[in-house]
Design a protein around this ligand. Sequence first.
Ligand SMILES: Cc1ncc(COP(=O)(O)O)c(C=O)c1O
Length: 396
Amino acid sequence: MEKDYYKYQAQTSPYPLGMQVSRASGSYIYDTNGQAHLDFVAGVSACSLGHCHPKVVKAITHQAKQYMHVMVYGEYIQAPAVAYSKYLASLLPKTLEVTYLVNSGTEAIEGALKLARRFTGRSEILAAKNAYHGNTMGSLSLMGLEERKASFRPLIPDVGYIQFNSEEDLKYITTKTAAVILETIQGGAGFIEPNNNYLEKVRKKCTAVGALLILDEIQPGFGRTGKLFAFEHYNCVPDILVMGKGMASGLPVGAFTASQEIMATLMNPKMGHITTFGGNPVIAAAALATLKEITESQLMAQSLEKEILFKSLLVHPLIKEIRGKGLMLALLMKNDQIANELVLKAKAEGLILFWLLFENRAVRITPPLTISEREIKEGCTKILKILDALNGQTVN
Ligand SMILES: Cc1ncc(COP(=O)(O)O)c(C=O)c1O
């Protein structure tokens, strides 16, 4: 199997973690040798309710027996997608009422960009330096890091960059700007939170010049930061909200939500965005079960208590800082080498950790929201043991 994996599946990394998976349940993934791996990553923030949550499995199984794919997006009335969009609207501010369900985070970003250009009639998009919004041509064009996109040029034109949290850079938002797109909490850049009412100020400037504000909640969304969406912490409502990852507890999905007025522009000219599988009933059923569980349980509130527990346990001279909110946490290590060693040694100890895209000193901790206190303690004990051993060596 391992040989076939390297031979037949396209590889994009020289050093994949390469765990051979047998099954997964709750906070654990089991490999084909029978070893349990405690999951502090949740498929990179996707498995909000852990692995194979019974309510999600039940919703998928039930829907799969009724009907699966029956038509492309937007033609037939399919109960799971309608119920999902309606329930989501009931949880969001009034101006975020209409949802377009798609297949991934990056497609949701593409949809949001198209919508912003279509609605404003302008072309300029401003993104943040060090942003990550996905890997298709449009979202790749927004990426702040030149080395990751240079070989794919030419990308989409009229994209500019501002520094996240810089008030000074708000001057670049003008009447030429179709949209400013920001991650509510920057992910790949190192789990950087907005400070000094930054998002409120961006919101004000966008409103003043008639630009739309797009917030990418693909990582912090769905309860991970203690609120359903992170923008709720910062007194700022976007014009377009982009979602993905944790939305359906591990099934491929994305969505963008806006007002009736903005979304209506996708009908003129007609078919402003087309997808075959967007709104797929099985995936929408999984998303609805996930959203209900998150909103009807104590999981959101508990994610803030779990943050406190992580922060109280993970005190070590090699950890310089813990960034992020709720269960979107990143350990900032003394240097890249320690971060790398920690991830690799944790793997050998049966604990799953992961890197961040652009901040090499960081180690990601984004477990399922359902992780228990005992599991947090178990994983943190392993981290501290590894760091003690590394501290005993000469790691500068
Ligand atoms: C903030 C953010 N935006 C967009 C994406 C792209 O989502 P997907 O990988 O589902 O296309 C990601 C994925 O990591 C992300 O973290």
